[in-house]
Design a protein. Structure first.
Length: 245
Protein backbone atom coordinates (compact mmCIF):
# COMPACT_ATOMS: atom_id res chain seq x y z
CA UNK A 1 0.00 0.00 0.00
CA UNK A 2 1.20 3.49 -0.73
CA UNK A 3 -0.52 5.72 1.81
CA UNK A 4 -3.72 7.65 1.30
CA UNK A 5 -5.71 4.71 2.59
CA UNK A 6 -9.01 6.41 3.28
CA UNK A 7 -11.51 7.12 0.53
CA UNK A 8 -11.48 10.84 1.29
CA UNK A 9 -7.67 10.83 1.31
CA UNK A 10 -7.66 9.29 -2.16
CA UNK A 11 -10.24 11.71 -3.48
CA UNK A 12 -8.32 14.58 -1.99
CA UNK A 13 -5.10 13.41 -3.57
CA UNK A 14 -6.73 13.08 -6.99
CA UNK A 15 -8.40 16.49 -6.64
CA UNK A 16 -5.09 18.08 -5.75
CA UNK A 17 -3.38 16.45 -8.73
CA UNK A 18 -6.17 17.58 -11.05
CA UNK A 19 -5.89 21.15 -9.84
CA UNK A 20 -2.11 21.16 -10.30
CA UNK A 21 -2.27 19.91 -13.91
CA UNK A 22 -5.17 22.15 -14.78
CA UNK A 23 -3.09 25.12 -13.66
CA UNK A 24 0.11 24.08 -15.40
CA UNK A 25 -1.35 22.65 -18.67
CA UNK A 26 -0.40 25.54 -20.95
CA UNK A 27 3.16 25.76 -19.66
CA UNK A 28 3.60 22.06 -18.97
CA UNK A 29 6.06 21.24 -21.75
CA UNK A 30 8.35 24.23 -21.25
CA UNK A 31 8.34 23.59 -17.50
CA UNK A 32 9.39 20.00 -18.14
CA UNK A 33 12.40 21.23 -20.07
CA UNK A 34 13.41 23.69 -17.36
CA UNK A 35 12.95 21.34 -14.43
CA UNK A 36 14.70 18.35 -15.92
CA UNK A 37 17.36 20.40 -17.71
CA UNK A 38 16.04 18.90 -20.95
CA UNK A 39 16.69 15.40 -19.65
CA UNK A 40 13.08 14.31 -19.92
CA UNK A 41 13.63 14.27 -23.70
CA UNK A 42 16.42 11.71 -23.43
CA UNK A 43 14.41 9.63 -20.97
CA UNK A 44 11.42 9.67 -23.29
CA UNK A 45 13.68 8.65 -26.19
CA UNK A 46 14.81 5.68 -24.10
CA UNK A 47 11.18 4.78 -23.43
CA UNK A 48 10.19 5.02 -27.09
CA UNK A 49 13.18 2.85 -28.05
CA UNK A 50 11.94 0.17 -25.69
CA UNK A 51 8.38 0.47 -27.02
CA UNK A 52 9.88 -0.19 -30.47
CA UNK A 53 6.56 0.30 -32.25
CA UNK A 54 5.86 -1.84 -35.29
CA UNK A 55 6.12 0.00 -38.60
CA UNK A 56 3.17 -1.95 -39.96
CA UNK A 57 -0.35 -0.57 -39.76
CA UNK A 58 -2.67 -1.95 -37.12
CA UNK A 59 -0.27 -1.80 -34.18
CA UNK A 60 -2.05 -0.13 -31.27
CA UNK A 61 -0.84 1.48 -28.08
CA UNK A 62 -2.36 3.19 -25.08
CA UNK A 63 -0.53 6.06 -23.39
CA UNK A 64 -2.04 6.58 -19.97
CA UNK A 65 -1.68 9.88 -18.10
CA UNK A 66 -0.56 10.98 -21.55
CA UNK A 67 -1.15 14.65 -20.78
CA UNK A 68 -0.13 16.84 -23.69
CA UNK A 69 0.61 13.80 -25.87
CA UNK A 70 4.39 14.16 -25.94
CA UNK A 71 5.18 10.45 -25.58
CA UNK A 72 2.34 9.35 -27.87
CA UNK A 73 3.48 11.66 -30.67
CA UNK A 74 7.03 10.33 -30.38
CA UNK A 75 5.75 6.76 -30.64
CA UNK A 76 3.72 7.55 -33.75
CA UNK A 77 6.77 9.23 -35.33
CA UNK A 78 8.96 6.23 -34.42
CA UNK A 79 6.50 3.95 -36.23
CA UNK A 80 6.86 5.96 -39.45
CA UNK A 81 3.38 7.28 -38.71
CA UNK A 82 1.82 3.84 -38.76
CA UNK A 83 0.89 3.21 -35.13
CA UNK A 84 -2.51 4.10 -33.73
CA UNK A 85 -2.52 5.50 -30.23
CA UNK A 86 -5.01 6.39 -27.57
CA UNK A 87 -3.90 9.13 -25.19
CA UNK A 88 -5.83 8.86 -21.96
CA UNK A 89 -5.70 11.42 -19.18
CA UNK A 90 -7.94 12.45 -16.33
CA UNK A 91 -7.38 16.10 -17.12
CA UNK A 92 -9.21 17.73 -20.02
CA UNK A 93 -6.95 20.80 -19.96
CA UNK A 94 -3.83 18.71 -20.61
CA UNK A 95 -5.61 16.73 -23.36
CA UNK A 96 -6.82 19.91 -25.06
CA UNK A 97 -3.23 21.20 -25.35
CA UNK A 98 -2.19 17.78 -26.70
CA UNK A 99 -4.99 17.49 -29.25
CA UNK A 100 -4.13 20.91 -30.64
CA UNK A 101 -0.44 20.02 -30.93
CA UNK A 102 -1.25 16.73 -32.65
CA UNK A 103 -3.42 18.58 -35.15
CA UNK A 104 -0.63 21.06 -35.91
CA UNK A 105 1.82 18.22 -36.48
CA UNK A 106 -0.62 16.36 -38.70
CA UNK A 107 -0.69 13.44 -36.29
CA UNK A 108 -4.34 13.73 -35.31
CA UNK A 109 -5.41 10.84 -37.55
CA UNK A 110 -3.21 8.53 -35.52
CA UNK A 111 -4.17 9.68 -32.06
CA UNK A 112 -7.35 9.62 -30.08
CA UNK A 113 -7.48 11.83 -26.96
CA UNK A 114 -9.72 10.36 -24.29
CA UNK A 115 -10.60 11.64 -20.84
CA UNK A 116 -10.45 8.82 -18.31
CA UNK A 117 -9.00 7.45 -15.11
CA UNK A 118 -6.02 5.07 -15.04
CA UNK A 119 -7.72 3.19 -12.19
CA UNK A 120 -10.79 2.35 -14.28
CA UNK A 121 -10.04 2.51 -17.99
CA UNK A 122 -13.48 1.81 -19.50
CA UNK A 123 -11.68 0.36 -22.51
CA UNK A 124 -12.11 -3.19 -23.82
CA UNK A 125 -9.86 -5.99 -22.56
CA UNK A 126 -6.97 -7.23 -24.72
CA UNK A 127 -7.03 -4.33 -27.14
CA UNK A 128 -3.51 -2.85 -27.11
CA UNK A 129 -0.05 -4.09 -28.12
CA UNK A 130 1.64 -1.73 -25.69
CA UNK A 131 0.70 0.30 -22.64
CA UNK A 132 2.89 3.26 -21.72
CA UNK A 133 2.73 5.63 -18.79
CA UNK A 134 5.31 8.39 -18.34
CA UNK A 135 5.56 10.42 -15.16
CA UNK A 136 1.95 9.55 -14.52
CA UNK A 137 1.62 6.60 -12.21
CA UNK A 138 2.91 8.37 -9.12
CA UNK A 139 -0.07 10.72 -9.41
CA UNK A 140 -2.59 7.88 -9.38
CA UNK A 141 -3.95 7.22 -5.86
CA UNK A 142 -4.32 3.43 -6.26
CA UNK A 143 -1.32 2.17 -8.18
CA UNK A 144 -2.45 -1.45 -7.84
CA UNK A 145 -5.71 -0.69 -9.68
CA UNK A 146 -3.87 1.14 -12.45
CA UNK A 147 -1.55 -1.87 -12.88
CA UNK A 148 -4.41 -4.39 -13.07
CA UNK A 149 -6.16 -2.21 -15.60
CA UNK A 150 -2.95 -2.08 -17.65
CA UNK A 151 -2.82 -5.87 -17.56
CA UNK A 152 -6.47 -6.20 -18.56
CA UNK A 153 -6.36 -3.96 -21.64
CA UNK A 154 -3.12 -5.43 -23.04
CA UNK A 155 -3.28 -8.18 -25.64
CA UNK A 156 -1.50 -11.40 -24.71
CA UNK A 157 2.11 -10.78 -25.73
CA UNK A 158 1.64 -7.07 -25.02
CA UNK A 159 4.14 -4.99 -23.08
CA UNK A 160 3.76 -2.61 -20.16
CA UNK A 161 6.33 0.20 -19.96
CA UNK A 162 6.46 2.82 -17.26
CA UNK A 163 8.81 5.79 -17.09
CA UNK A 164 8.80 7.38 -13.66
CA UNK A 165 11.00 9.27 -11.25
CA UNK A 166 12.71 6.84 -8.96
CA UNK A 167 15.32 6.52 -6.25
CA UNK A 168 18.74 7.98 -6.97
CA UNK A 169 21.31 5.25 -6.47
CA UNK A 170 24.51 7.28 -6.85
CA UNK A 171 25.97 8.73 -3.60
CA UNK A 172 26.95 12.21 -4.81
CA UNK A 173 24.17 12.63 -7.31
CA UNK A 174 21.55 12.08 -4.60
CA UNK A 175 22.79 15.17 -2.71
CA UNK A 176 22.75 17.33 -5.82
CA UNK A 177 19.36 15.98 -6.72
CA UNK A 178 17.98 16.84 -3.27
CA UNK A 179 19.12 20.43 -3.65
CA UNK A 180 17.68 20.60 -7.12
CA UNK A 181 14.30 19.18 -6.07
CA UNK A 182 13.77 20.97 -2.81
CA UNK A 183 15.31 24.34 -3.73
CA UNK A 184 15.51 24.86 -7.49
CA UNK A 185 12.28 23.28 -8.69
CA UNK A 186 9.94 25.26 -6.39
CA UNK A 187 11.91 28.42 -7.26
CA UNK A 188 11.57 27.79 -11.02
CA UNK A 189 7.87 27.04 -10.44
CA UNK A 190 7.51 30.38 -8.75
CA UNK A 191 9.49 32.33 -11.34
CA UNK A 192 8.05 30.81 -14.51
CA UNK A 193 4.56 29.63 -13.57
CA UNK A 194 3.99 31.85 -10.50
CA UNK A 195 3.08 28.67 -8.72
CA UNK A 196 5.50 27.42 -6.07
CA UNK A 197 2.89 25.20 -4.35
CA UNK A 198 2.14 23.03 -7.36
CA UNK A 199 5.80 22.30 -7.91
CA UNK A 200 6.46 21.59 -4.24
CA UNK A 201 3.64 19.10 -4.46
CA UNK A 202 5.19 17.44 -7.50
CA UNK A 203 8.53 17.06 -5.71
CA UNK A 204 6.79 15.48 -2.71
CA UNK A 205 4.90 13.04 -4.93
CA UNK A 206 8.24 11.87 -6.35
CA UNK A 207 9.61 11.18 -2.88
CA UNK A 208 6.58 9.18 -1.83
CA UNK A 209 6.62 6.88 -4.84
CA UNK A 210 7.96 3.33 -4.24
CA UNK A 211 11.58 2.66 -5.21
CA UNK A 212 12.67 0.51 -8.17
CA UNK A 213 12.47 -2.85 -6.41
CA UNK A 214 9.14 -2.26 -4.67
CA UNK A 215 7.52 -0.93 -7.80
CA UNK A 216 8.77 -3.96 -9.75
CA UNK A 217 7.09 -6.27 -7.26
CA UNK A 218 3.81 -4.34 -7.55
CA UNK A 219 3.98 -4.89 -11.32
CA UNK A 220 4.56 -8.62 -10.80
CA UNK A 221 1.63 -8.76 -8.41
CA UNK A 222 -0.66 -7.36 -11.13
CA UNK A 223 0.15 -10.45 -13.22
CA UNK A 224 3.02 -9.31 -15.43
CA UNK A 225 5.89 -11.62 -16.36
CA UNK A 226 9.58 -10.95 -17.00
CA UNK A 227 9.46 -7.73 -15.00
CA UNK A 228 12.65 -5.69 -15.26
CA UNK A 229 13.75 -2.13 -14.77
CA UNK A 230 16.48 0.08 -16.05
CA UNK A 231 17.80 3.19 -14.29
CA UNK A 232 18.23 6.45 -16.16
CA UNK A 233 20.67 9.13 -14.98
CA UNK A 234 21.67 7.25 -11.83
CA UNK A 235 18.07 6.42 -10.90
CA UNK A 236 16.60 9.93 -11.10
CA UNK A 237 14.20 8.14 -13.40
CA UNK A 238 13.64 4.47 -14.22
CA UNK A 239 11.83 2.50 -16.89
CA UNK A 240 9.97 -0.57 -15.67
CA UNK A 241 8.92 -3.23 -18.15
CA UNK A 242 6.57 -6.17 -17.88
CA UNK A 243 4.96 -8.58 -20.33
CA UNK A 244 1.48 -10.03 -20.45
CA UNK A 245 2.28 -13.57 -21.51
N1 LIG B 1 2.89 11.61 -19.80
C1 LIG B 1 3.00 13.04 -19.95
C2 LIG B 1 4.45 13.42 -20.11
O1 LIG B 1 5.32 12.59 -19.82
O2 LIG B 1 4.75 14.53 -20.54
C3 LIG B 1 2.33 13.79 -18.81
C4 LIG B 1 2.84 13.53 -17.43
S1 LIG B 1 2.17 14.58 -16.21
C5 LIG B 1 3.55 14.76 -15.10
C6 LIG B 1 1.07 13.57 -15.30
C7 LIG B 1 -0.30 13.39 -15.91
O3 LIG B 1 -1.02 12.41 -15.16
C8 LIG B 1 -1.16 14.64 -15.89
O4 LIG B 1 -1.54 14.98 -17.19
C9 LIG B 1 -2.37 14.23 -15.04
O5 LIG B 1 -3.58 14.83 -15.42
C10 LIG B 1 -2.39 12.74 -15.24
N2 LIG B 1 -3.15 11.98 -14.24
C11 LIG B 1 -3.16 12.16 -12.90
N3 LIG B 1 -3.96 11.27 -12.30
C12 LIG B 1 -4.49 10.49 -13.28
C13 LIG B 1 -5.39 9.39 -13.29
N4 LIG B 1 -5.92 8.91 -12.15
N5 LIG B 1 -5.71 8.82 -14.47
C14 LIG B 1 -5.18 9.30 -15.63
N6 LIG B 1 -4.32 10.34 -15.68
C15 LIG B 1 -3.98 10.93 -14.52
Amino acid sequence: SYGFETVSGRDEKQARVNEVFHRVAERYDIMNDLMSGGMHRLWKDALVNMVAPSKRPGWRFLDVAGGTGDVAMRIVEASNRQAEGTVLDINGSMLAVGAERARKKGLDEHLLFVEGNAEDLKLPAESFDAYTIAFGIRNVPRIDLALSEAYRVLKPGGRFLCLEFSEVELPVLDKIYDLWSFKAIPAIGQAVAKDRDSYEYLVESIRRFPNQVNFASAIRKAGFDRVTYRNLTGGIAAIHSGWKL
